[in-house]
Design a protein around this ligand. Structure first.
Ligand SMILES: Cc1cc2nc3c(=O)[nH]c(=O)nc-3n(C[C@H](O)[C@H](O)[C@H](O)COP(=O)(O)OP(=O)(O)OC[C@H]3O[C@@H](n4cnc5c(N)ncnc54)[C@H](O)[C@@H]3O)c2cc1C
Length: 338
């Protein structure tokens, strides 16, 4: 791989953006060479997957590598479970479908999440009652010195939309090891999924039927980035001390509160806060909120990074003045490198 200058950064928000240097990384050796190249250029090294969780400025003064290591390999298997090694550049949804076709279960609630396998542990992708951390055995990365590190699941410090990789941006993920099960138990904890099954008359759904339900629900609720550029949820759901969340609900009885496992904290719905704060009609040029899911900011065409961030700030300010809660932005901002 030879890095190119003036490199176009792919991103599902369709923001015009170029990096000083860039290239596709298809092997461990490519990653190690690219890390060394960035060091020689005295520029930050930043590796991206499919750009579905970034907000990027017009000029990014960094070496941007695209994570393109592929392969899905069985490491170990018995009648109960299978342990897989997956290249960071594999498409996430392709992995979910491949797993289901082989009778390897567990990922069905995470169907249709855009992006790459390597990016999935970074914010501990989650949907419909399941998070990837439930299946991660280890994450293999390259550090800033070019050395390979293997972080066991506990070392990844997984939490809601969070992991150690958020704080250690220098680590480039090359492969992810997952353990999936072979039994047919499914997770129906999320009301939308249970309701879908009831409506379809499905009493004991198989993992593939759950994936079908999740895909149907997502396609009805979320804009397809190919048609309407977006990065999914723009804000994290706030997690507050139980006393603060309950005090808020005394003032706003319509607020939904969700228990957090092993914690005294409660999660609020950012979409509900945005809605009650009256933000749904806000826009900044062609950047608007998606009416069916106000957590999603869409670029209706020609929007800029500045407009996306300006709208996000207005939403944060409005929600804060109504509830005293500052919404945290979920996608990675590549603006500080510009
Ligand atoms: C329509 C839509 C729906 C979505 N729904 C969900 C959802 O339900 N749940 C959810 O959790 N997320 C969701 N997302 C967000 C997004 O799909 C995930 O965060 C996904 O994991 C991003 O993958 P990516 O390859 O596009 O990452 P990118 O956007 O390319 O990168 C995201 C971050 O990860 C880092 N990164 C990527 N690859 C590597 C690597 N190999 N090594 C080191 N760092 C790396 C980047 O530097 C960046 O900081 C949604 C997005 C969209 C557009």
């Amino acid at each position: 791989m030879t890095p190119q200058t003036d490199f176009l950064i792919p991103n599902t928000l369709s923001l015009a953006s170029r990096a000083a240097w860039g290239g596709a990384l298809t092997s461990l050796a490519d990653v190690q060479r690219f890390v060394a190249f960035a060091k020689a250029q005295q520029l930050p090294c930043l590796v991206l997957g499919e750009g579905s969780n970034i907000v990027t400025g017009p000029e990014v003064n960094a070496c941007v590598g695209l994570s393109r290591i592929t392969g899905i390999r069985v490491l170990e298997e018995n009648p109960e479970w299978v342990r897989l090694e997956i290249g960071a550049g594999e498409n996430w949804h392709h992995l979910v479908m491949t797993a289901l076709a082989n009778g390897w279960n567990g990922l069905e609630n995470l169907a249709l999440i855009p992006g790459s396998v390597g990016a999935a542990p970074i914010q501990n992708i989650g949907a419909y009652g399941v998070e990837i951390s439930q299946f991660v055995q280890a994450v293999v990365c390259v550090d800033e010195a070019g050395a390979v590190q293997r972080l066991a699941s506990a070392e990844c410090q997984f939490a809601y939309r969070d992991s150690v990789f958020k704080r250690r941006g220098e680590l480039v993920i090359t492969t992810v090891e997952l353990q999936l099960h072979k039994h047919l138990n499914v997770n129906l904890s999320y009301p939308d999924v249970a309701r879908w099954c009831a409506e379809q008359g499905v009493v004991q759904p198989t993992p593939s039927q759950i994936a079908g339900a999740v895909m149907d629900i997502r396609q009805k609720k979320l804009p397809d980035p190919e048609q309407m550029p977006n990065v999914g949820s723009f804000f994290k759901n706030p997690v507050l001390p139980a006393s603060q969340a309950q005090a808020l609900r005394q003032t706003f009885p319509q607020l939904s509160l969700y228990a957090q496992p092993d914690s005294q904290q409660l999660k609020l719905s950012a979409a509900q806060l945005i809605d009650i704060a009256g933000c749904k009609a806000l826009s900044q040029g062609p950047v608007q909120l998606w009416q069916k899911q106000p957590l999603v900011l869409v670029n209706r065409g020609g929007g800029t990074c500045a407009q996306v961030l300006a709208l996000a700030t207005r939403i944060q300010q409005r929600v804060n003045s109504r509830f005293g809660v500052w919404l945290e932005i979920e996608p990675t901002l590549l603006t500080r490198l510009g």
